[in-house]
Design a protein around this ligand. Structure first.
Ligand SMILES: [Zn+2]
Length: 438
């Protein structure tokens, strides 16, 4: 009996193993021998990736904690040194931040730029400081998905490619910025290393967490600009308002402009603009840095000044240019005895959903299906915030972002990683990089 039982269990075991093997084979049917080796490496070394993630999450790297940001950079730098990258630290003093880690691996293949960031929104005084495993597949921690997890995936994918000998001939540059969450000023200085690194790259991949869903990736992000509207009008006794030679005052003129902006521009797809603050009266001042203003005015005096500040978000450079022109025209059509000016300050540029970006997404989707991780579609750009990848939009034809570690609640003390996506996201990335290198 015992023998028979043992045999039954054993045969059931063989059957189960056979099924798992068959499923695995079916799942990886689209992979060549090298790619299968990449997948096997990722599975065999997942514990190492997890340990690296825990280590870096436990180092505070709030954007203003320059030392912490540099320390996290040092950990990744050592990993990349071992892989044969030429690594260097870009000093952040000129833009008052920690700086960036830049790593180059020269090879004959087409150049790929990989983008990460070392900082998090959780400063040294945040109550949220440590990596904490919740259960087998979930862990909470500051920056665990935004985006220390993405950095680990990037490095682990390169380790897999090194193990198969593919990395040797690959042309890869990595930039991990130290101030993604709160970029240094001037912005052009703070992003110079990133833009320089993009020169000559055929593709660029950002390992942000995106909307946190492995079924989606990012091919487009809206850019953001800030605007300031200043209105000056003729002051007079309030009883004389609307007289032909006096006019309506600055506050009515500001109201006309804002209402016309809403009537003419609201509802255009992917375009939003939001007046965030307004001050007006006999005198008005607004401090853009402090985002704070003061005004003085009496009810019986026609307002002489008004200031409004707001933002403007667009999906492409063309949409931004057009929106600015419309706003300028509305501002220029002033009521009598008022003069208005609007000025713009561009922040993060838009990442338009180009054909090249969609092509890279299609390759990623294919890689994902081939490793058994399912299809990947583009996420609605209105749901994707601004990110570093947008700065290389003018330099690189194929751009993809949001392929890092997935999870929920980034930028909050509940930031949680779905650890099951650590190996699956790494496999997709490794196979994509392999195919891009060919
Ligand atoms: Zn991020």
């Amino acid at each position: 009996m015992i023998h028979r039982m043992a045999f039954r269990v054993l045969s059931a075991g063989i059957l189960a193993t056979g099924l798992i093997m068959a499923t695995l084979l079916a799942q990886t049917a689209g992979l060549n021998a090298d790619e299968k080796a990449l997948v096997a490496f990722v599975d065999a070394h997942n514990a190492d990736a997890l340990a690296l993630l825990e280590r870096v999450v436990n180092i505070n790297s709030g954007t203003q904690n320059h030392r912490g940001v540099q320390e996290v950079g040092q950990v990744f730098r050592q990993e990349l040194d071992t892989l044969g990258f030429k690594t260097r630290w870009v000093d952040g003093a000129p833009f008052k931040r920690a700086g960036h880690l830049v790593d180059e691996h020269a090879g004959p293949g087409p150049k790929t730029l990989l983008i990460g960031h070392l900082d998090t929104v959780f400063e040294a005084d945040s109550p949220f400081q440590k990596f904490e495993k919740i259960d087998e597949t979930h862990a909470r921690g500051p920056g665990v998905i935004d985006m220390k997890g993405g950095n680990v995936i990037l490095i682990q994918a390169l380790k897999a490619l090194a193990s198969t000998g593919t990395l040797k001939t690959m042309n890869v540059t990595i930039v991990m910025t130290g101030d993604e969450e709160d970029a240094g000023e001037p912005l052009i200085e703070a992003r110079k290393a990133l833009v320089d690194a993009a020169k000559g790259a055929a593709s660029a991949i950002g390992f942000e967490d995106g909307p946190g869903d492995p079924r989606t990736a990012v091919v487009a992000r809206r850019g953001t600009s800030a605007w300031t509207l200043r209105v000056k009008a003729q002051p007079a006794h309030s009883s004389q308002i609307f007289r032909k030679d006096i006019g309506t005052g600055a506050i009515f003129e500001a109201a006309r402009i804002l209402n016309t902006l809403r009537e003419k521009m609201a509802g255009e797809p992917h375009l939003t603009f939001n007046p965030g603050a307004i001050v007006g009266g006999t005198s008005a001042e607004f401090d853009n840095v402090q985002a704070r203003g003061t005004a003085f005015g009496k009810t019986n005096v026609i307002a002489e000044h008004a200031i409004v500040t707001g933002d403007l978000r667009t999906l492409s450079q063309g949409q931004l240019t057009k929106a600015k022109k419309t706003m300028e025209a509305i501002v220029a059509a002033t009521l009598p005895h008022a003069q208005s000016t609007i000025t713009f300050e561009d922040g993060y540029p838009p990442l338009a959903p180009t054909e090249g970006n969609h092509k890279l997404l299609a390759m990623y989707d294919k890689a994902s299906r081939d490793v058994g991780a399912g299809p990947v579609a583009a996420v609605d750009p209105d749901r994707a915030g601004a990110a570093d990848v947008s700065f290389v939009a003018g330099e690189v034809k194929m751009i993809l972002d949001g392929v890092g570690l997935m999870g929920t609640s980034d930028h909050t003390v509940k930031e949680t990683a779905d650890l099951a996506t650590l190996p699956s996201q790494t496999k997709r990335a490794a196979v994509l990089l392999y195919r891009l290198s060919k």
